[in-house]
Design a protein around this ligand. Structure first.
Ligand code: NAD
Ligand code: UD1
Length: 334
């Protein structure tokens, strides 16, 4: 299958490219490099033994995307391109609607013009807001509290509408929980620009001495040790979930949404301890006030993905931590 991967040079997209190509498919990467580097294309090639096609440009540019679809005889699209910082989206909502929503709109117009029927979309568990019950299943009420989350929900809704208008179309929205870890080679991984917002990249930078200590946001949550609990999922498991979604679309049309998580939550302190064991480093931390907008506890009900997609996360917390550390160690020596 020839698959167009938007945001293919990013953290998750690069792992999806590896999984697709290792399974014998062709991945065509489109990325404007706003949050990534072209060197990722070479890293993917090094891992899989052949190079993916790469085009630098904006996913919202209809003519540009149509050309790529035609040239590579694209069969399906995995749409990962987008901005993803919650804090930034609160400061600059229009930038998020422009890039995420208008980007998706242009892509969908290009797909329609070229009669491409299948799309897998990177959605987020953020659309559930503060969980009303646990584990969170796909029927959980949606409650977005920032422009990032709303941009994801808008795109899910656009996909739902076009699936109603064209019954042959198939769309799978994958609601990621907390992706962490890296490919086992340590060649690709999460490498955010500037100060990391997310827990794992911050922990890694503290462990290697780039930052002095970790701020643990809140130790007074109603959780076993008082710190926030999340469903961390290995990025390679997540990437394999995209393959499962593509397979699902080969025999199912219509709009679908699936949680991708492990179904199990770990606290911030549990994450720190697991990382320390795997890296052999200490991670100094300070307990500080809660971060605004954070929820106490969130983990996925993964039954739908298990039974419908025939997919399950298999990698352990140890794998998540050791691969993150390997990636950072290789980065430090580059
Ligand atoms: P990332 O920033 O590493 O990757 C996104 C890629 O998209 C980047 O390479 C960026 O350069 C590119 N991009 C952004 N806007 C573009 C545009 N208009 N045209 C072309 N390329 C564009 O982020 P990621 O962590 O790999 O996330 C991928 C997707 O998954 C995003 O849509 C994100 O919202 C979603 N998601 C991520 C997480 C997470 O924790 N990483 C959780 C839930 C959902
Ligand atoms: C955040 C976003 C979410 C997005 C996800 C993936 C918010 C409110 N939510 O989720 O929308 O989909 O990232 O990009 O921003 N923590 C610390 N210290 C840190 C960083 C994090 O203690 O320096 C804690 C947090 O309080 C939380 C846990 O670690 O309990 C995980 O945080 P993070 O990695 O930022 O993910 P989420 O908050 O779940």
């Amino acid at each position: 299958m020839n698959v167009l991967l938007t945001g293919g040079c990013g953290y998750i997209g690069s792992h999806v490219a590896v999984v697709l190509m290792s399974a014998g498919h062709e991945a065509v990467l489109v990325d404007n490099l706003s949050n990534s580097h072209q060197t990722i294309v070479d890293k993917v090639a090094e891992i899989v033994g052949r190079s993916p096609a790469f085009y630098q440009g904006d996913v919202g540019e209809v003519a540009f995307v149509r050309n790529i679809i035609r040239r590579h005889r694209i069969d399906a699209v995995i749409h990962l391109a987008g901005f993803k910082s919650v804090g930034e989206s609160v400061q600059q909502p229009l930038m998020y609607y422009q890039n995420n929503v208008c980007g998706a709109l242009g892509l969908l117009q290009a797909m329609e013009a070229e009669s491409i029927s299948n799309i897998v979309f990177s959605s987020s568990a953020t659309i559930y807001g503060d969980p009303q019950y646990l584990p969170v299943n796909e029927a959980h009420p949606k409650h977005v509290i920032n422009a990032y989350g709303r941009s994801k929900l808008h795109i899910e809704d656009m996909l739902r509408d076009i699936c109603i208008s064209r019954p042959s179309l198939g769309a799978v929205c994958l609601r990621y929980f907390n992706p962490v870890g890296a490919h086992q080679s340590g060649l690709i991984g999460d490498h955010p620009r500037g100060i990391p917002n997310n827990l794992m990249p911050y922990v890694v930078q503290v462990a290697c001495g780039e930052r002095e200590f970790l701020n643990v946001f809140g130790a007074d949550y109603p959780t076993p040790d008082g710190t926030g609990v999340r469903d961390y999922i290995h990025v390679m498991d997540l990437a394999e979930g995209h393959m499962a979604a593509l397979k699902y679309l080969s025999s199912n049309s219509g709009w679908h949404a699936f949680n991708l998580g492990t179904g199990r939550g770990y606290s911030v302190l549990e994450m720190i301890r697991a990382f320390e064991r795997q890296s052999g480093r200490t991670v100094p931390y300070r307990l500080v006030a809660r971060r605004e907008g954070d929820v106490a506890c969130s983990y996925a009900d993964v039954q739908a993905a298990t039974f419908e997609l025939n997919w399950k996360a298999t990698r352990s917390l140890e794998d998540m931590c050791s691969s993150s550390w390997l990636f950072q160690s290789r980065l430090s020596t580059e």
